[in-house]
Design a protein around this ligand. Structure first.
Ligand code: GAL
Length: 305
């Protein structure tokens, strides 16, 4: 590399999903590439002095309603004289058989490091370097793509690791696609259809734009994140901008997931698992859409409809 040449912001194939520091709880994030055997999730934090309970959920999806399945619910409880952990699975809105582990090495006021190590048949959990429990999967691990942390916990860091990044790494980080990028919608959009766009925000981003176009390249609806002023907006066919009042959840060099759910006469938006409301779009215009076009300062890893 010659002096002054800019570093390539594209990650090496074995670099893992960036850790997240001090996220605000409740915290929900996409597990990039989903879970598979050989993956580890590290959680570093502190149990508040007045903690009642917290939970770490490995979820199959991120919708708020209906509630997604939870393949593995890890729930330390501190409000009894004997702190313990409850593990369970939520399937079709129902909790399954609960498993209880006493002798929890976590106390109110103490800091901790929990490792979730995902194997082929079960997940193993260690607390402060000591093996604590194992839990056999009741739902396929491959369905898990979201991590949710809720309740009384101060999270210092969340990390996503592979046991052997050099072996697993290439699977973890498929090659990203450059933008602008176009994705065909041969049948248009119909109620119930979901579009998922996952990617990485590049350094010094300017905007991220998802526009839905018809055959004549008119875009009845466009979603735009503008980094200069930190706004999210819907843009109509005539260029009218309707601001979305929601926190700006895009950060340079962080992964994101945009989900667009088509419903009768409109589109619902979720960003990193948080619902951000809906915009109305004429149903006929939705049916006549033929192209999903993505542009801006991002690298794409997954686009599907
Ligand atoms: C329930 C509790 C849920 C979950 C579940 C696990 O009693 O309300 O939040 O922890 O137990 O079995």
């Amino acid at each position: 590399m010659s002096p002054g040449e800019k570093l390539d912001p594209i990650p090496d194939s074995f670099i893992l999903q960036p850790p997240v520091f001090h996220p605000v709880v409740p915290y929900v994030t996409t597990i990039f590439g989903g879970l598979h055997a050989g993956k580890m999730v590290m959680l570093q934090g502190v149990v508040p002095l007045d903690a009642h309970r917290f939970q770490v959920d490995f979820q199959c999806g991120c919708s708020l309603c209906p509630r997604p399945d939870i393949a593995f619910h890890f729930n330390p409880r501190f409000h009894t004289t004997k702190p313990h952990v409850i593990c369970n699975t939520l399937h079709g809105g129902r909790w399954q058989r609960e498993a209880r582990w006493p002798h929890l090495a976590l106390w109110r006021g103490s800091s901790f490091l929990i490792l979730f190590l995902f194997g082929n048949e079960e997940v193993k959990v260690s607390v402060n370097g000591q093996h604590f429990l194992h839990f056999r999967y009741r739902l396929p691990l491959s369905h898990v793509d979201t991590l949710g942390i809720f309740g009384d916990i101060l999270v210092e860091a969340v990390g996503f690791l592979n046991i052997n990044p050099f072996v697993e790494g290439s699977r973890e980080y498929p090659v990203g696609h450059e933008v602008p990028c176009s994705h065909a919608l041969p049948q248009g959009l119909w109620p119930g259809q979901v579009i998922i766009v996952r990617g990485l925000v590049l350094q010094e981003p300017k905007h991220f734009t998802v526009s839905l176009r018809d055959q004549a390249a008119h875009a009845p609806v466009t979603f735009r994140a503008s980094f200069a002023d930190g706004t999210l907006a819907w843009i109509s066919r005539w260029g009218q901008k309707k601001l979305i009042s929601a926190p700006f959840l895009f950060y340079p060099q962080r992964f994101f997931e945009v989900l667009l759910l088509c419903q009768e006469g409109g589109l619902k938006l979720a960003l990193n698992g948080q619902g951000l409301g809906a915009t109305s779009v004429n149903q006929q215009a939705l049916e006549q859409l033929r192209e999903l076009r993505i542009s801006g300062s991002v690298q794409l890893y997954c686009v599907h409809s």
